[in-house]
Design a protein around this ligand. Structure first.
Ligand SMILES: Cc1cc2nc3c(=O)[nH]c(=O)nc-3n(C[C@H](O)[C@H](O)[C@H](O)COP(=O)(O)O)c2cc1C
Length: 216
């Protein structure tokens, strides 16, 4: 397939999803940052679910989810909804859907396509990952970490930073009535290759998200 055909298919796919596309990146609608379930109720509802309805999330819900995950909540500094060790901001959220894989850019609130096709089944080892409408992948970019930290400490910081994002997603899903499960069982080498990661990028965790099976 030539570049123009690929670009055309990409645009058709994005038009179908209701997302605006601009020079290779997809502009998400502005996140709705007010409202949601009271925090204590969201904590009460937080749980792991592994049964998903197949239908994709609409653009506004995807926008809200990604902002909750690791969006910019202080534009003056660019800081995020999730903390990060030494303010490295080294975790990128990748989004794999039935159509393609994207990387979320918090600063512009856009998705950049990194691969075409359905990579969902590569984001884990359990059967449901192939059909969950969306699997997030948390990828550490070690170029954004400092070499002052010993490898053991760096590994702890990176894992913790990904965990905060995962918990933000858990709480957002609890509030929005979505099903989710964070997953460490993943082949990071195969997935990294499919996502075209560089040698200094590491898959840390994945997380499936969708409407609950048989539900709303
Ligand atoms: C770091 C981490 C890795 C996990 N990996 C997986 C996984 O690969 N597959 C899975 O189905 N659940 C996975 N889980 C979800 C746990 O099994 C789940 O959180 C636990 O059973 C408690 O259930 P709850 O989340 O409903 O409280 C993982 C959770 C964490 C925190």
């Amino acid at each position: 397939m030539n570049t123009w055909m690929a670009a055309g298919l990409f645009m058709i796919g994005m038009m179908g999803s209701g997302l605006a596309q601009d020079a290779g990146s997809i502009r998400l609608p502005p996140p709705e940052t007010a409202g949601g379930m009271p925090l204590m109720q969201a904590l009460q509802a937080r749980r792991s679910s592994r049964e998903f309805a197949g239908r994709p999330l609409p653009p506004q819900l995807l926008s809200n989810l990604l902002w909750a995950a690791n969006g910019v909540n202080r534009p003056d500094s660019g800081k995020r909804t999730a903390p990060s060790a030494r303010d490295w901001r080294e975790i990128d959220v990748y989004v794999t859907t039935a159509e393609a894989a994207y990387r979320y850019d918090p600063a512009t609130h856009t998705l950049t396509q990194v691969a075409t096709g359905d990579l969902r089944r590569l984001t884990g080892v359990q059967d449901f990952v192939a059909t969950a409408p969306m699997n997030l992948v948390y990828v550490a970019d070690l170029d954004r970490t400092s070499d002052d930290d010993a490898p053991e400490r760096k590994a702890r910081f990176v894992a913790a930073d990904a965990g905060f994002i995962a918990q933000n997603v858990y709480l957002f899903c609890a509030s929005a009535g979505l099903a989710t499960v964070v997953r460490g069982l993943v082949d990071p080498v195969a997935l990294g290759k499919a996502l075209r990661l560089g040698p200094r990028q590491q898959v840390v965790l994945a997380q499936s998200v969708g409407y609950p099976a048989g539900g709303r």
